[in-house]
Structures are given as structure tokens and as C-alpha cells.
Design a protein around this ligand. Structure first.
Ligand SMILES: C[S@@+](CC[C@H](N)C(=O)[O-])C[C@H]1O[C@@H](n2cnc3c(N)ncnc32)[C@H](O)[C@@H]1O
Length: 266
């Protein structure tokens, strides 16, 4: 069986740090080995060092992205941390009815969060003219989101009324999966974006979700990400972090309105 050498570990660690800003420590070594081994084998390469050389070759940007995709942690599901969707409904009810509403699901993984936001808007604030931008570093995850097709097991946390309304069960070759309804899908746009970069063309948002990702960064990068995110949040806009994440020790123009939910000062 192929074993991850120290030199390959260091090189892949540096590659992932440069791409994502996340330092995979020694404790993540077994994870790295397990996730990349089948890829090294599938390419018929001798060992992990040969895989690093393969990525290094200048024509190989695609393989580099593939390695990054394999090293990201993408756990997510529909209506994760459900209390946030109740808070979202309250926030939506307070927004002016006449202007378009923009929501950003940053680090969206395969899109379940972005679709959960869309379903909540259609159910709780159907009068709104809205759009959701969903972004992630992983192209592989974004592709899943763009397809909008998920295994049935992912429906576990979806409220029953939403199941009926927004989840279309697959038949024949799509047995065992479901597709998110078109009225949700057509308003959610997936784009690749690195949280450590500012993209002014993204515009500004009324609500931003950036949940269960800050925990992977050191303090300095976490601060940088939050500052960039805040640049994209409109005055009085609302920021959702993961329930296990907090802003303790950060000096930011935000006021806490609920668990891990903050409003930007005007
Ligand atoms: C654990 S998932 C969180 C998904 C979703 N927000 C949720 O709470 O269920 C973290 C996601 O962050 C993405 N990610 C990691 N580093 C990133 C970066 N520098 N820029 C953008 N996305 C990143 C990963 O690809 C992964 O899909």
C-alpha cells in the first residue's frame, strides 16, 4: 500500500495552505494519505512524490485543483443548524419589500446551505425579489451544487412541508436521489471564490452566511476573512457564523442579535 512520505506531506501541505489558507497539521496526515491514495493509484504513479511532481508540471493546473478538492472538508446538509433558518425568516420579514434582496452563502460546499436559504425565502418571504450567490474553493463541490441533485439520505433534516414542495424524487436511473425544485435552483448561482480574496464584482449583500469554515483558519486569517466579508455586507446587513464559531476577541462593527448571528452597524 502507498505510504505518504514526509517530503510529499510537506509539499501537499504547502500547496493546500497556499490555495486555501488552511494549515493541515500533522494530525491531518492520515486524512491526507487516505484521500489522495486512490487518486495516485488511479494515475498509475509510483508513489506520492511522483504525484507531487505530476502536480508541479506546469500543464497540470487541473490536477492541482483536483488535489485541493480532495483535501477540503465539505461536510454539510440541508437545514444544518436549523435555528439559523428561523432567525433568517425574522430577518427577511424586516427587509424592505420593494428592493431586491441578495444573500451570499460563502464556503457553501455542495450547495445545501444555499438551497436551504432559497427554500426559506420562498416559504417565509415569497414577496421578495431575491438571489443567492453560493461560493466555495472546491470546483468539485460547486459542480454538485450546480447539478442540484442529491442522494435521498441528505433529506433527513428537511422540514416535511419543504420536502413536498422543493424536493423532486428521481425515478428510473435517478432512483435514490432527488433534485431541488427549479424555482429554488434558478435563483442560486454558484461561483468559485477564495475567502481570502476580495472580489468587488460580487457586489454587496443583505445577508451573508459563512458557517463552519472559520474554525479551520488561524486567528490572523480568520480576521482577514471577516474583514473582507464585512466589506461585502451592507450597513444593517446580517452575518451568520456557525454555531460553534464566535467573534470573541475580534474588534468588528457588528452587534450580536442571536446565537452566532450579527448585524452590521449602520
Ligand atoms: C465544512 S464546509 C461548510 C459548508 C456549509 N457552510 C455548512 O455550514 O454546512 C467548509 C467549506 O469551506 C470550503 N473552503 C475551505 N477553505 C476555503 C477558502 N479559502 N475559500 C473558500 N472556501 C473554502 C471547503 O471547500 C468546504 O466546502
Amino acid at each position: 500500500m502507498l505510504v505518504l512520505t514526509q517530503s510529499a506531506f510537506r509539499e501537499l501541505q504547502a500547496l493546500f495552505l497556499a490555495a486555501s489558507g488552511i494549515q493541515l497539521t500533522e494530525s491531518k496526515r492520515a486524512m491526507m494519505e487516505a484521500r489522495l491514495r486512490s487518486r495516485v493509484e488511479a494515475l498509475g504513479l509510483r508513489d506520492f512524490d511522483a504525484y507531487c511532481a505530476h502536480i508541479r508540471a506546469s500543464y497540470n493546473a487541473e490536477e492541482r485543483q483536483r488535489a485541493i478538492d480532495l483535501l477540503t472538508t465539505n461536510e454539510t446538509y440541508f437545514f444544518r443548524e436549523p435555528v439559523h433558518f428561523q432567525v433568517l425568516a425574522e430577518v427577511l420579514a424586516q427587509l424592505p419589500k420593494t428592493q431586491p434582496v441578495r444573500v451570499w452563502s460563502a464556503a457553501c460546499s455542495s450547495g445545501e446551505e444555499a438551497f436551504s436559504i432559497g427554500m426559506t425565502i420562498l416559504d417565509k418571504a415569497p414577496w421578495l425579489n431575491w438571489e443567492v450567490r453560493a461560493s466555495d474553493l472546491s470546483e468539485r463541490m460547486l459542480e454538485c451544487g450546480r447539478r442540484g441533485v442529491f442522494p435521498l439520505q441528505r433529506l433527513e433534516h428537511m422540514p416535511p412541508t419543504y420536502l413536498k414542495r422543493f424536493a423532486l424524487r428521481g425515478t428510473r436511473e435517478n432512483e435514490g436521489s432527488f433534485r431541488v425544485a427549479d424555482d429554488v435552483r434558478r435563483r442560486v448561482r454558484f461561483i468559485q471564490h477564495n475567502l481570502l480574496e476580495d472580489v468587488p464584482t460580487l457586489g454587496s449583500f443583505d445577508v451573508i452566511f459563512v458557517r463552519n469554515v472559520l474554525i479551520y483558519f488561524d486567528n490572523e486569517r480568520k480576521q482577514k476573512i471577516l474583514k473582507l466579508i464585512l466589506k461585502r455586507l451592507r450597513p444593517a446587513g446580517v452575518l451568520f457564523l456557525g454555531l460553534a464559531e464566535s467573534l470573541q476577541g475580534q474588534d468588528l462593527p457588528l452587534v450580536r442579535i442571536s446565537n452566532s448571528v450579527y448585524r452590521k452597524r449602520e
